[in-house]
Design a protein around this ligand. Structure first.
Ligand SMILES: [Zn+2]
Length: 475
């Protein structure tokens, strides 16, 4: 696969200012097990090319799975006709400086390749997890899943770009439902995807985690309801990563701020004047766009406009500095952005996406955070979320919580939730966990764009303590 497209680029380039060809090939294997038995195995291939044309300042696209010369010619003609048509109504006139001629290569570093185990061997690992989670007769359902993705991208353009990227991604999740009398509780590991090889499916670690998940589900059956009041809140990375995603990542997307996504994914409470001025959070808050995060699901060298990606601070000492937007949105808005124009597949154009959006570690241990809390609660693992179109008011539910009283972990409570307003919440950030409390999380399910694009995002975060947050119980 992954052809050399330079001959076609040369052939097409005389008819427009610029042409690019992006080949995208992806294999996705999804396996699951339930209650000690294999449940399903699915393998999917997606392979095609996107042809992108710049004609009189207007970009346009056409994609095809017909990789013959004729197929490519037809796609090119379509893209060219689209550029000619749309160019009459263009919002902004682009030049080739929006498509830098970068060359290079990126490959996920892995210890064990995705094809180093058979489906049956991977399935056995999942069966084993589902059995280890069955820690009690009260567990009525026990499941485990893994998704393995291998992606190859090759981009060639008429102004000299030529780069390839190859990603290996392992996602996993597992969990149980426990039931006793009329009470039912679910507990899971929490979906997590990382750029890794099959070394991520380590039996010893997974068995320990499976026993923890099973035991905590049973513990929740006899737990009291989460109180409803205001108290200090400690969040672990398996919840905090989603808080970062929804209340920092999405509102900072420049295409949302420009209104492009207003009709579908929503708008943003952030306005262009806020960059350089808005105190988004407390002075302990440092948020980075980091395409070099080790194991980060969205680590890469080039975004899909071919711009070289590098670490940048979006928020420094709580102050908003920079948005999440690729070169096109930066030129349109005159706002600072990052190399984050990404396409979900061969048949979608790049749009502004989160990549790895991280909360930088601070200096506190988890013990420091608990000790500093007189009346609080520690919540783990996202269960539900809801946030408005402007990414301002939100509420989240978690699977498992422990009260914190006078600097000590106290009883476990069930059905914990909290709510807040974005900048008020982040300004209550009181302690930021150190490197030891940090974990990398990734999700392949971030959706936006019309037509819809579901894409991979990563978030590395330590545990954190927030002061005086509204918490409440209820499933
Ligand atoms: Zn999202």
């Amino acid at each position: 696969m992954i052809a050399n497209w330079s001959r076609q680029v040369e052939q097409f380039s005389s008819q427009c200012e610029w042409v690019g060809i992006r080949e995208y090939r992806e294999v996705t294997d999804t396996l699951s097990a339930r209650n000690g038995k294999a449940e399903s195995t699915e393998s999917k291939l997606s392979h095609g090319v996107m042809i992108e044309v710049l004609l009189r300042g207007q970009f346009a696209y056409a994609a095809t799975i017909d990789l013959s010369n004729k197929g490519l010619e037809q796609a090119f003609e379509k893209a060219l006709a689209m550029a000619a048509c749309c160019g009459k109504h263009k919002l902004f006139s682009f030049t080739t400086n929006a498509r830098p001629p970068n060359r290079g290569q990126y490959t996920t570093s892995v210890e064990r390749r995705l094809d180093s185990l058979s489906f049956a061997e991977i399935q056995n690992k999942l069966i084993n997890i589902s059995l280890h989670q069955q820690t009690s007769v009260d567990i009525i359902d026990s499941w485990a899943m893994a998704m393995l993705v291998h992606t190859q991208i090759h981009f060639v353009s008429s102004n000299g770009a030529d780069w390839q990227q190859e990603f290996s991604i392992v996602s996993k999740d597992f969990g149980v439902t426990a039931r006793k009398n009329n009470e039912s509780q679910s507990r899971s590991y929490g979906f997590n995807g990382l750029q890794k090889g099959l070394e991520d499916l380590d039996d010893v670690i997974l068995e320990q985690e499976a026993i923890r998940i099973g035991s905590q589900a049973v513990e929740l059956l006899d737990a009291a309801e989460c109180p409803s009041d205001s108290r200090d809140l400690i969040l672990t990375p398996d919840q905090l990563y989603l808080q970062i995603h929804e209340s920092i990542g999405h509102p900072l997307e420049l295409d949302r701020i420009l209104g492009d996504e207003r009709n579908y994914a929503g708008w943003s409470f952030v306005s262009p004047e806020d960059f350089g001025n808005l105190q988004y959070g407390s002075s302990l808050m440092n948020i980075s766009f980091n395409p070099a995060t080790p194991t980060g699901m969205a680590s890469y060298t080039f975004d899909d406009n071919g711009v070289q990606a590098e670490k940048q601070f979006l928020i420094k000492d709580g102050l908003l500095l920079r948005g999440i937007g690729g070169v096109e949105s930066q030129q349109r808005s005159n706002l600072p952005g990052v190399a984050s124009a990404r396409a979900s597949s061969w048949n979608r154009p790049p749009i502004d996406r989160m990549a790895n959006i991280n909360l930088e570690p601070g200096s506190s241990t988890l013990k420091d955070m608990v000790s500093a809390t007189e009346k609080g609660i520690l919540m783990q693992t996202n269960r539900s979320w809801s946030i408005d179109d402007y990414r301002n008011k939100f509420q989240f539910g978690c699977e498992y919580a422990q009260l914190v009283e006078d600097g000590e972990i106290a009883e476990t409570v069930k059905n914990p939730n909290y709510r807040g307003v974005t900048t008020a919440f982040w300004n209550r950030l009181k302690l930021v966990g150190n490197e030891d409390t940090a974990q990398v999380y990734g999700s392949p399910y971030c959706g936006k764009g019309e037509p819809n694009q579901v894409i991979r995002v990563g978030h590395s975060t330590p545990s954190c303590l927030f002061s005086d947050i509204e918490v409440f119980g209820g499933a």
